[in-house]
Design a protein around this ligand. Sequence first.
Ligand code: ADP
Length: 471
Amino acid sequence: RRKWKRVMGVLRELEEGCETTVGRLRQVVDAMAVEMHAGLASEGGSKLKMLLTFVDNLPTGNEKGTYYALDLGGTNFRVLRVQLGGQRSSIEAQDVERQPIPLQLMTSTSEDLFDFIASSLQQFVEKEGNGSEPSPVRRRELGFTFSFPVKQTSASSGILIKWTKGFAIEDMVGKEVTENLQRALDKRSLNMRVAALVNDTVGTLALGHYHDEDTVAAVIIGTGTNACYLERTDAIIKCQGLLTTSGGMVVNMEWGNFWSSHLPRTSYDIDLDAESPNPNDQGFEKMISGMYLGDIVRRVILRMSQESDIFGPASSKLQIPFILRTPLMAAMHEDDSPELIAVARILKDVLEISDVPLKVRKLIVKVCDVVTRRAARLAAAGIVGILKKIGRDGSGGISSGRSRGDIKMRRTVVAIEGGLYTSYTLFREYLHEALTEILGEDIAEHVVLKVTEDGPGIGAALLAASHSSYS
Ligand code: ADP
């Protein structure tokens, strides 16, 4: 009995540590907007890098022709060909299978990596049927989705700031990304030009805008998390005199690195961060994204097993970092069988914990719930932070003396992608719920989260089209 009480103590402490009241979320919203300002005011002014993308015009639907995209996002990589019909939503896309990047290439040299990419591209192009080939005088044009922090120097060039997601090719850091790819293409005599260098969130925004012109921001919540949005150039103070025809530019926030003292942080987060290869880095991402949620839950279960014997004899598996992947954690969370059969199975198969009573299985589900709910609500606060920064959160109307009821809110669309959002129903529901709580129903009605599919890849091809040297 006493042991059960100790375990309940661990749960209560977790719940308190993860608390996300609306008040707390509003503080996170404000902090996000403040940090966005700071990151736009000066280089290094905030943990938010607020990177310029030089994308000043988003696809409109008038794009026409055949374009290519290369998507290097993390563990997978793929090549696409996109045919654009010249009207909104007239996309025909064809792609190769996603293929994993051979592990040794992730830590090898840039030459090896780009040669692998160019060779895949070459095979893809060689398989093309007649008819899809451009005229012989016209070079093929390519959008390159490269989902790592890049300091762009134009819409088609930029310098790698640092690797993330397990990549470590030292000779690339600080170097021009497009040049490396273009060199590899030229070496294989591929008649192709890199017309756009694109972050995955920017691709998602481009595709979102192509389908729906009210789209002003994009968020990805998958293995990692990031967001971008359309900013007015006069608000980008760190780049004085920046002129664009549209008066705006897409800013890549790199929001995974956001930090604020208002974030509800537990001892599990502190340990996870300290033991990670990048301590003090990507703090927001470590509380939100798919790479980490399963491991936070593992840490809580480990602690409970140390406090008591409710899980039977200690399992050494529980000590292994990242052994509980987020999709399996989600499967336990969403187990709706009365006996919690999936929970029992996953505990046994993954953690080698068997014969746990139903009461304890229910406790596991509760732990998953607390961790996922916090993640989803913080992601919602991040999104409202962006809306606040661009004056789409409805707060402008209040300061000008109107009551909430009669504000004329513009429809605002946020393009969203990533496995955590699209495949994890409870995560998605908690996110939507928090969005409505923070904004209030009247405002939330005008904010639409719209799932785009293949935004990173197709969006890059769209941006190659809008930055084509032939149009
Ligand atoms: P990536 O971010 O790796 O480019 P995705 O956007 O497809 O690719 O996201 C994959 C991530 O989403 C996985 O690492 C995993 O954490 C999470 N995920 C995928 N499916 C599920 C699921 N059913 N439940 C919870 N999380 C999931």
